[in-house]
Design a protein around this ligand. Sequence first.
Ligand code: ADP
Length: 479
Amino acid sequence: MSMTKVLFVSPEAAPFAKTGGLADVTGSLPAALLDKGVDARVILPLYGVIPQKFKDSMTYKKYIYVNVGWRNQYCGIFEAQYKGVKFYFLDNEYYFKRQGLYGYDDEAERFAYFCKAVLEAIPHLDFIPDIIHCNDWESGMVPVFLKCIYRDNDMYKNMRTLFTIHNLKYQGVFPKQILGDILGLEEEYYTPEKLEFHNGVSFIKGGLTFSDYITTVSPTYSCEIQEPYSGEGLDGLIRSRRGSLAGILNGIDYSEYDPSKDPFIFVNYSDRDIDGRHENKKRLQEMLNLDVSSRIPVIGIITRLVCQKGLDLVEQVLDDIISLGAELIVLGTGEGKYESMFTDAAFRHKRRISANIKFDDVLAHRIYAGSDIFLMPSKFEPCGLGQIIALRYGSVPLVRETGGLKDTICPFNEYTMEGNGFSFADYNAHDMLYTIKRAVDFYSKEDIWSGIAKKAMACDYSWDASASRYAKIYDALKG
Ligand code: ADP
């Protein structure tokens, strides 16, 4: 049988353009799929913010024109090879040459263009996919266009679509006018069974309704989103599609995140010899102007600073955490209120709190390698990669039991000595504080702590098992 061909459609992919975990996934799962006999490639916008060195590695293929409603827009097609995977980039400077990836007033038009351009570009890629694997709302119109506009076209008619929910909270809902003006679709698509959602047009609903199969990024989240509490208004639709829904845990690229080879960290170490962590911690404390001591437990937070991440819990007990004798290192950008909350706290607790309000890959790796505890008290978490990377580096995760955090972190049990982290169930600041206190107490017992850190590092959340599951789903869809 010939190799299954899969085209990942994503608004971001590491190392080219990243704001969060989605980029990690689309930057690493395709390579893991190659090992499973799947020819997986990725297509994304050619953002202005893609670093020049990556732009230099791209080759230009050709240009086409793409209809966006009544508009006719230029689309350059570029390609590059990264770690054995082919990446395609769609170029339109009017839409994508901006300071960031998202957050503009014309998101509907930018990503409608992207979805349309993906389908129009396919005949020019020398790669006719069996499966188009869409990711998050920005790619939600691909299954819609495929079924509505291209279904009678021989080139497209055997293509199947899979839609992966990386975060149901982000939905891409826009005023009704975009239906004809931007999507070029007829009134018949504006119904609750199709694209209408609370008097708007929903991109994610398009993906969920029109795709052949749906996955999300952890088993627990796949159950949670079928309930009103976490369903973001779409739980009914998701329940109706549960026969075509699977929760597959994300993995990480174990060669990219490898403390024994990582060029960004101060000294390399492995699970057989974790002493190198001490030096990483010392150098990190020095670099960030914190009190330098191996006895002080260092808590790391690396995240988008948004409500989902449980930062209001941290706010409520920030001073108490420091009173436990811990240090806190924060790396993140996002909502202004959280940025200033951490900046102010760092001002109040000089040499105890370090607030780094930026996106910085190198510092992120150094915090994974140099912190003792990795704090992720999320309100909800579809999968979460932070805790998985932290496990790999031996920074012990302390998480709330939700979504993928629940699926990956098994709380330490002092009687059986089992567990790879710490966790609490209720979304409550004092439950979190109590759990931090417990972790800090165990931190002072060196033997116990190094046992937990080693167990954390011994976990295997590489892509192997999950890539096999995707490969099986592709095969079944291909028929
Ligand atoms: P989400 O996808 O919701 O943002 P995840 O935990 O799944 O959360 O993935 C976050 C990814 O982004 C991790 O690789 C994390 O290290 C990285 N990250 C988040 N914020 C920053 C930052 N400010 N600087 C560097 N890396 C970051």
